[in-house]
Design a protein around this ligand. Structure first.
Ligand code: DGL
Length: 414
């Protein structure tokens, strides 16, 4: 996908302070910096970094861990009975303290969001993490050799910034993002009719999916279908079982699918929605509820003609896994042997060393504070990144991982 135009912003000046700050600390001896020399050696045995705004990206990690779409020795397409990444180990990071990313655009804070996303990449590239037991920062985490942006919103707003930053830092690390991969999924799945995108409000506001789907189909010599988007502010939270939301998953899916179909109706295009991109990390977990919602709307005479008899769903996670395999092979940095060390998982929490940060009753960053911050204040660490333990994952989310993401659950070791 290297031939595509930048995903969001042609000339990026955002996160510039952060990029420069990391450049000024090439030994990784300050917050938001990393040891550049560690990535200029043989990186084959380093882990692959995967990040998301929270735990949703574990759906992408599950797809990566379980996919068998290639022959591992010959690199040819086709299953060989072995997981494609059997020799690789992974390092996952969820920016739980600062999520949801999908709501920064409506708060007018996409500039801060873009800085957060570059910080996520810097964390994975570096060695620094916070040990909450010893209450101190440590510098012994392995850096990663490649980056997967598992979050749709983070890909939409941050992939160009990360690529530009890696270039500035002269670090040979590649980045794969779910939006570009999802567009490949559309190229493969879409036959005729219109395309629908269900995502966060932020992803839809960025226009990344319509733009990249258009570029991908255009470069393949295909005509570009009508693309209708529907941003949901609540569905990801409802799926996680967040008690702040009162509706059930079924009710929320019904509302969002209806809103998508009605938006498509308003566009005045007669062709039915036939391909739907599940453009948020959480949505593939509720594909059957979404499909039921479409089925119910087919019974509505006013909307029936706007929905194809069978919808093709695109799960960007699967396509991201394929993209990662290809990029690793192209960069010739596949691990040589089965890993000796385990995967590792981290998430962010409000900085316990800062007494001045407003917190909610359950210890999260207070919403108003979260969405009022500006970029460039690099002497302040509002959150720190700690190992992901069972106790740090809300119980409803834990259940979701255990039941729906068994390979991740096994590797989490909880
Ligand atoms: N992971 C986000 C995404 O895929 C959804 C949750 C959020 O808004 O942070 O867009």
């Amino acid at each position: 996908m290297k031939t595509l135009l930048p995903l969001l912003f042609a000339t990026s000046t955002f996160a510039a302070d952060l990029v420069q700050h990391a450049q000024e600390h090439p030994q990784g001896d300050a917050a938001y910096s990393f040891d550049v020399s560690a990535l200029k050696k043989d990186t084959r045995d380093l882990p692959i970094g995967v990040f998301d705004s929270g735990i949703g990206g574990l759906t992408v990690l599950e797809a990566i861990l379980t996919i068998d779409a290639f022959h591992n020795e010959t690199l040819q397409p086709g299953a060989d009975g072995k997981p494609d990444f059997a020799n690789e180990r992974f390092q996952y990071f969820g920016d739980q303290a600062n999520m949801p990313y999908g709501n920064y655009s409506s708060a007018g804070r996409t500039d801060y969001l873009r800085e957060l996303i570059v910080k996520d990449a810097i964390f994975l590239l570096g060695r620094r993490w916070f040990d909450p037991d010893k209450k101190t920062f440590r510098q012994d985490k392995p850096p990663v050799k490649a980056l997967v942006i598992a979050c749709n919103t983070a890909t939409a707003y941050g992939i160009d910034d990360i690529r530009a930053a890696l270039k500035t830092w002269e670090v040979p690390v590649f980045v794969v993002g779910v939006v570009e991969a999802g567009a490949r999924g559309v190229q493969s799945a879409h036959k005729e009719g219109a395309v629908g995108v269900l995502a966060t409000v932020g992803t839809c506001a960025s226009g990344a999916y319509p733009r990249v789907i258009g570029q991908t189909l255009g470069l393949a010599g295909r005509s570009v279908p009508t693309i209708t988007q529907q941003g949901s502010a609540n569905l990801a939270g409802v799926i996680e079982g967040d008690p702040a939301f009162k509706e059930s998953v079924t009710e929320r899916c019904d509302m969002d699918v209806r809103a998508l179909v009605e938006a498509h109706q308003k566009s005045g295009v007669a062709s039915p929605l036939s391909t739907v991109v599940l453009g948020c990390t959480h949505f593939p977990l509720v594909q059957s509820e979404i499909d039921h919602a479409f089925a119910a709307l087919r019974k509505d005479a006013a909307l029936e003609k706007l929905i194809a008899p069978k919808i093709a769903y695109v799960n960007p996670a699967e396509w991201t896994a394929r993209e990662l395999f290809r990029e690793l092979a192209a960069a010739k940095i596949q691990a040589k042997d089965a890993p000796t060390a385990k995967d590792s998982f981290y998430l962010s929490i409000p900085n316990p060393q800062r007494a001045d940060i407003p917190l909610t009753a359950d210890g999260g960053l207070e919403k108003e504070f979260k969405y009022s911050r500006s970029p460039g204040e690099l002497n302040r660490e509002d959150s720190v990144n700690v190992p992901m333990t069972s106790a740090r994952i809300p119980s409803t989310t834990r259940k979701l991982i255990e039941t729906k993401l068994p390979e991740v659950w096994r590797r989490l070791g909880k």
